[in-house]
Write a protein that binds this ligand. Structure first.
Ligand code: NDP
Length: 248
């Protein structure tokens, strides 16, 4: 099924982890995807293993914390593809620490990338979407944006901020047929969570009714649903994808 034939998609943080799985899902369903990332793959590196979709995912270097960087890339994309139908604000970082030890740099880095980065990308991409009178924006939050998590005050605050941001922008842009939603993953198997200790991983698993962590593809499925025509009457919503860890 090709739900996204001829759609132009931008995924931030799209060269690794969940973002890459999202990019691959859209490409498999017919879209052309720009995978923006801080570090793009080396020229001799096989970025996309599946040769059937390789020519439909283009990695591009961008720093979501910089207006200039994002504007330049979006101008390039518009010059090549004329439009952007779907934006996925996925780029995110963690700098975990207990509050008493958390530095101002750790706080600022996480808020800048996760929250301000989504603001910058949304502001820049919403302009062409407004002229098109069409757009789907999907923000990637986290279960800890609702639950909180000891050692992640900066990260949880950034993801809670994404919820308010999503709902406000959904209200602002609805009249232009731009729909904005947030997917809140639980614990997903990616390079980000590979850094956690076994103790931290087990603490999550005992509380997950489905008794497994999510694969990046589980998150990609939820993003694709919200970006599809099946979700044309859904905006300003938070879709939790967490195996039952949190039932909101
Ligand atoms: P990864 O670290 O695997 O991927 C995140 C990507 O974002 C990386 O490629 C990273 O680049 C990129 N990135 C970071 N900073 C910037 C920047 N300033 N500009 C452009 N790109 C940037 O993380 P995940 O795939 O695990 O996470 C993806 C999203 O999902 C994040 O928003 C995360 O908060 C969220 N999430 C993840 C969960 C999980 O369990 N993994 C759970 C809940 C939410 P680089 O590697 O160079 O830093």
């Amino acid at each position: 099924m090709h739900r996204f034939e001829n759609k132009i998609v931008v995924v931030t943080g799209g060269c690794r982890g969940i973002g890459k799985a999202i990019a691959e899902r859209f490409a498999r369903e017919g879209a052309f995807v720009y995978a923006l990332d801080y570090r793009t793959p080396d020229e001799n590196e096989v970025f996309i293993e599946d040769a059937t979709i390789r020519d439909r995912i283009v990695p591009m270097q961008a720093d979501v914390t910089s207006f200039d960087s994002v504007q330049k890339i979006v101008d390039d994309i518009l010059a090549k593809s004329s439009r952007i139908d779907i934006l996925v604000n996925n780029a995110g970082i963690t700098r975990d620490n207990l509050l008493m030890r958390m530095s101002e740099e750790e706080w600022d880095a996480v808020l800048n990338t996760n929250l301000k980065g989504a603001f910058i990308c949304t502001k820049v991409v919403s302009r062409p979407m407004m002229s098109q009178r069409y757009g789907k924006i999907i923000n990637i939050g986290s279960v800890v944006g609702t639950m909180g998590n000891a050692g992640q005050a900066n990260y949880s605050a950034s993801k809670a901020g994404m919820i308010g941001f999503t709902k406000s922008i959904a209200r602002e842009l609805a009249s232009r047929n731009i729909l904005v939603n947030l997917v809140a993953p639980g614990y997903v198997r990616t390079p980000m969570t590979d850094k956690l200790t076994d103790e931290q991983k087990n603490a999550f698993l005992v509380n997950i009714p489905l008794k497994r962590v999510a694969e990046p593809e589980d998150i990609a499925s939820a993003v694709a649903f919200l970006a599809s025509d099946d979700a044309n009457y859904i905006t300003g919503q938070i879709l939790h994808v967490n195996g039952g860890l949190l039932m909101d």
